[in-house]
Write a protein that binds this ligand. Structure first.
Ligand code: SF4
Length: 363
């Protein structure tokens, strides 16, 4: 049925630029290569999981190197996942342990609240120890290459975007239903059977739920590409835990001027963190960047972001320039963004993309 509603999701299979920039994702979708988190589960780490944080992080560094070697062998056809035994302690086991430790003094994002979420404390995002989801379903409104996308909406967010479309999810971390990693794993396996192209972790924001998601992937046996659909404000430690587990980072790059980010998303040092995480994500896996064009923010944000992408990640990164901004939530308090974007603004964003020579735009 989705093929009728989203013919572009079929056409994209022949889109050479999409195929080139997301080559491994296409191979996983076609059953030719395994999802990266499954490879992560085959990488052996030699460490006692009760060791000190420092020792665990050192073992993690070594595990990342082993992962990269194994992945190149698998991708080159020199090793097969099914021939590899599960080790006593895997890189993914180690990541789950490190994530649980971070939860005790939470720094999953660069707000670094330092609260002990295992003791009932909550930080800026309001997310507790146990994750809650607002919904999960086969999403047909995502980028063409992702549809149908099995999407899980986690409650809570590390931002407070004053115009948030999903404010009832992002700003109400206590709503929704509690979900265990085991339940999530079963849901993901069911989605694979139902024809999903990927599992898409979003919210709110997935970052405060990293511990739950890593544990769910560790329980999951389905080879389904994992998509990290984030505001990209996660901490360096969270970035390292994400390494080797995700197939696609589906990023949001909205602001270039930190004053805009602070005023409208209530987030400090936006550009430093988000640009760093884009570089790390691009070095680790495949990337689709979303840029939501905001009313009145072409010269301060859209233009320098599109230029930054070309200068730092190259012209062939897949970019979705989005025109669907709607003033929701508290947008009416900010007269300057209390409107939709104009046709001229969107055309101007597309013109800038062409001028800076971005060559792989989502149609
Ligand atoms: S994930 Fe939540 S509690 Fe943890 S540092 Fe970020 S805002 Fe604070």
């Amino acid at each position: 049925m989705w093929r009728i509603f989203r013919p572009d999701a079929v056409a994209v299979l022949k889109d050479e630029r999409a195929r080139k920039s997301l080559a491994r994702y296409f191979a996983v979708m076609g059953g030719k290569l395994p999802a990266r988190f499954l490879v992560c589960k085959r990488v052996r780490v030699r460490v006692d999981l009760s060791a000190s944080d420092e020792e665990l992080w050192r073992a993690h560094e070594r595990g990342l190197e082993e992962f990269r070697k194994l992945l190149s062998r698998i991708d080159a056809g020199k090793a097969k996942l099914e021939d590899l035994k599960k080790p006593e302690t895997s890189l993914l086991d180690l990541k789950v342990e490190l994530a649980k430790r971070i939860l005790k003094s939470c720094h999953f994002c660069e707000r670094r609240c330092g609260v002990d979420r295992t003791a009932g404390e909550v930080g800026f995002c309001g997310v507790g120890e146990r994750s809650r989801i607002a919904s999960e379903f086969m999403h047909h409104g995502e980028e063409s290459v992702l549809v149908p996308s099995y999407t899980i909406f986690f409650n809570g967010c590390t931002f407070q975007c004053q115009f948030c479309q999903n404010w009832d999810i992002s700003q109400y971390p206590d709503s929704g239903v509690e979900v265990s990693p085991q339940t999530l794993a079963k849901l993901i396996e069911g989605a694979k059977r139902d024809g999903a192209r990927n599992v898409n972790f979003v919210g709110g924001n997935p970052d405060p739920n990293l511990h739950t998601i890593l544990e769910a992937l560790n329980e999951c046996e389905a080879s389904l590409s994992s998509v990290w659909n984030s505001n990209m404000f996660y901490s360096l430690e969270a970035a390292k835990l994400l390494f080797c587990t995700q197939d696609i980072y589906l990023s949001d790059f909205k602001w270039y001027d930190n004053n805009c980010a602070l005023r409208y998303s209530k987030v400090p040092k936006y550009l430093e963190v988000v640009s760093r995480n884009h570089r790390l994500a691009f070095a680790d896996a495949e990337l689709i960047i979303r840029h939501l064009v905001m009313p009145g923010h072409i010269s301060c944000c859209t233009k320098p972001i599109l230029k930054w992408i070309v200068d730092n990640l190259g012209p062939m990164v897949r970019v979705n320039i989005m025109n669907q901004y709607r003033p929701r939530y508290k947008a009416e308090k900010y007269e300057e963004i209390n409107r939709r974007i104009t046709r001229e603004e969107y055309e101007s964003a597309l013109r800038i993309a062409s001028e800076v020579e971005l060559r792989n735009l989502e149609p």
